[in-house]
Write a protein that binds this ligand. Sequence first.
Ligand SMILES: Cc1cc2nc3c(=O)[nH]c(=O)nc-3n(C[C@H](O)[C@H](O)[C@H](O)COP(=O)(O)OP(=O)(O)OC[C@H]3O[C@@H](n4cnc5c(N)ncnc54)[C@H](O)[C@@H]3O)c2cc1C
Length: 493
Amino acid sequence: MSGQQDQPMLDCVIVGAGLSGLSLAHRFNQLEAAEPARQPPRQLLILEASDRVGGNITTNQADGFVWEEGPTSFSPTPGLLKLIVDLNLQSELVLADGRLPRFVYWQGQLHPLEPTNPVGLASTKLLSPGGKLRAVLGAIGFVQPAIGAQASEETVNQFFSRHLGVEVAQRLVSPFVSGVFAGDVDQLSARAAFGKLTHLADVGGSLVAGAILSRRGQPKLKPDPSLPKTKPGELGSFKQGLKTLPEAIAASQPICNQLRLNWQVKSIEITPQKTYQLAIATPDGYQQLETRSLVLTCPAYVSAEILQSLQPQVSQALREFTYPTVACVILAYPDSALPQPLKGFGNLIPRQQKVRTLGTIWSSSLFPGRTPAGWHMLTNFIGGATDPAIAQLTPDQIVQTVHGNLQQTLGVRGVAPKVLGVHIWARAIPQYTLGHFQRLERIQTGLQSLPGVFLCSNYFGGVALGDRVQRGQEQALQLQQYLQPADSTHSQA
Ligand SMILES: Cc1cc2nc3c(=O)[nH]c(=O)nc-3n(C[C@H](O)[C@H](O)[C@H](O)COP(=O)(O)OP(=O)(O)OC[C@H]3O[C@@H](n4cnc5c(N)ncnc54)[C@H](O)[C@@H]3O)c2cc1C
């Protein structure tokens, strides 16, 4: 291993330039800029193993199509909108109409659900009259008590069946969970995956009472006038796709000078001075860097490898996060292949329907300008925690399966699809399964022996892009606070 002996000591290294790492770096630099008096300025590097930024965010373009092979859109949270304004990306932002219906495929039909229209929910044929009554009674307080092991930690299925009935759990919650987490309602922890809803039930005994009590006494937050205006249910992206955001952060000052692509952190050692020595594979061979602090934003199984010799207990807990395989299949069809134009967000498919595809986003109906005229583009997800065998299929077999499913669910007919992309995510989304909070506690306890080492990734704090921005920004503040006392020690010396 060839080390660089003359490398100066760094203040912080961020490992990974996905949205977690980039939001963290962006906020950290903002906090630094707010303190120009402090000299010398803190030294930060962002190390990214691959040859591009964005991590899971994977936008592609060809033949007049623009498509996503990872996340497809984001909920426009205040933190994300603020980042968009900071980067001057307002004119690139596109928002999909929040009133677009979401469909659930059930017993051979697509049932529309309009999230912004509760009356529509009441009239849906997706639930039987008994199922609707059970949901309403449960929501207002006729809730079965949790018993046995369930009382300490419930699965998503147990929680929703108890509160809103089995029909809601199976026909609404289960497909939603497949669509968002690629998860299994019988394995996910309700408190970890749906913390806001379980909190309402804890506060009020039922979801409705909890919502009323939580709002009581809380001042109504006024929207920030400096942020782009959004309406409930809207989903965001950019004219040229989601990669616009990470690429703009990476191109901004001073991040463009702090970022190193194709630098893969392999291992970390602690020095007697409680600083960290990083071994990094780079295009020019192995490098060593010394830093006072570091933030690992890479997936749990990568951080487990990196920390193995330094903190085996933390490594062990990190290895327990599972990431199921999911394939994202983007197919385009001429308009004539569809029985009618698709207008909506997309459709989800409950597992009981025996259709292998988890759900389809009607991408060409969501954002304008994503296809040439006369084409529909469909983004399909298949696999996940309930279908591990997907990992055994070839890309061709996956396309054939999805195409067959689209014939059944959307009535696609005639021609073979134009295949824009088949991206097999061998380890896609971390699962917040039962025991999630105990795992996090074990990690926190283990990290106490490694001052200055932080973890900030989507295996805790939420998988959504808005969550990643918020967690990255919070982590930046913690990092600055960690570096502060040592700064004053240095300046006294
Ligand atoms: C198929 C799919 C669909 C999704 N759909 C949506 C959606 O529609 N909306 C939504 O809000 N969210 C969605 N998500 C979730 C969201 O995309 C992720 O939670 C989020 O992008 C994670 O960002 P991150 O920065 O925490 O991690 P990542 O994006 O995984 O970034 C981690 C980075 O670390 C780098 N790295 C790894 N190892 C090393 C190393 N040793 N040294 C240096 N660098 C390293 C990686 O190359 C990567 O760039 C989806 C996720 C997937 C997989």
